[in-house]
Design a protein around this ligand. Sequence first.
Ligand SMILES: CC(C)(COP(=O)(O)OP(=O)(O)OC[C@H]1O[C@@H](n2cnc3c(N)ncnc32)[C@H](O)[C@@H]1OP(=O)(O)O)[C@@H](O)C(=O)NCCC(=O)NCCS
Length: 173
Amino acid sequence: MQIELKPLQLSDAEKLYDFFQKLPASENGKNNRAHGLSRKEFSAWVQTEIDASNGKNLREGYVPGTTFVMYVDGTPVGVSNLRHYLNENLEKDGGHIGTHILPEYRGRGYGNIIKQETMKKAKEMGIKRVLIFNHDDNVPAWRTSEKLGGKLDSINEINGVKIRKYVIDTSRI
Ligand SMILES: CC(C)(COP(=O)(O)OP(=O)(O)OC[C@H]1O[C@@H](n2cnc3c(N)ncnc32)[C@H](O)[C@@H]1OP(=O)(O)O)[C@@H](O)C(=O)NCCC(=O)NCCS
């Protein structure tokens, strides 16, 4: 099995359109803003993601972040987002990493793999302490955080949702 975690690129936009349409729009606080876009809008969205990775044209209150696509033997199966640093709000909820696996590929270990591969990118970027927030009822998500050595820091209720805050030291990765 060959795993590749690749930053989203304009040259891949055409072949990733269907994948992003199959990935649900929103689940457990994880949004796929490409869902429902036309092909033309999708290319424009890919460009805004590339800009965000380069810290360009950021919206007010946003920090730079990279969107990665994970390919298994050349097939896209999931997406992850890595924020390069956090602001005060993201330290309370949001954190560094979000992951999203296509429904048809869930429960096969890819959630663990994409988080681990994204942690490696965080380490390469010089991030020492990664924060991850998972909904308390989203068991697969927080199990992957714990599997990577995440320490449960706290459980807080935010907007009526119980959220677990994990801290992961990248020296473990
Ligand atoms: C969270 C998510 C990425 C996990 O992906 P996945 O490919 O299903 O995860 P895995 O197959 O690697 O399983 C991860 C762990 O959860 C466990 N798990 C999987 N499905 C489960 C379920 N339905 N109930 C309980 N545990 C489950 C697995 O056993 C595994 O734990 P283990 O390694 O200790 O055995 C995926 O469910 C998803 O995309 N959800 C929607 C978006 C989301 O919630 N993202 C997380 C917040 S950013």
